[in-house]
Design a protein around this ligand. Sequence first.
Ligand code: CA
Length: 241
Amino acid sequence: MFETAIQKFISTNNFSEFTPKAIFFDMDGVLFDSMKYHARAWTNAMRDIGIHFSEYECYMNEGRTGHSTIDLAFNREYGRDATEDEKQEIYRIKSRYFESYGQSSVMPYARELLQKVKNQGLQIFLVTGSGQVSLLDGLQVHFPSIFKKERMVTAFDVTQCKPHPEPYLQTLKKSGFIRSEVAVVENAPLGVESAKAAGLFVIAVNTGPLDEKVLWDSGADIVLDSMEVLFQKWENFHQQL
Ligand code: CA
């Protein structure tokens, strides 16, 4: 399964080989089982200001920064971007809802997979559109000595969010590796689009309610059902390299 995807990636890109030295991990829906809380928080915050924004829409737009999500809703509702004040206020409401749901749990098998990747000597980078401080702080608590600040690109580092390639291009630059030396783990359609637009190999894990077709259509090189499946198949992937 990986072999076919890797061969296709190599030939499409005219690479002589594919030898990952770093794995770029998305955060929400990959490392934390947090998307259900984000979706509920967005739906409630938007409802408070009179905008209908469904949880399904949240999953389809997962990966955008908060400000971009707010602009999307405003453009549909009012035909304009939100003002800075409006964005700050709505994001504050969304964050308050999010924090009120309690701690997001670690995605099953995320910790085990990260440890395995680390033991194999591969470098680990984080690429997230999130600016949710509790989750970013939580990385050090839940995944001790895995993530280093200089190996993270968050909402605070980019001007363009996913699905734009900037987050992944910036991480690539930060890593010092070339495209054939990197693999991405993503769960959301816009995240996959972003990484593919940056020219990277993408393993999608379908941890949410979307049909897996959405992830294939976004350009994922491989789609798996869960982080557990990725953990179980990791050796299979690693042996192909
Ligand atoms: Ca995600």
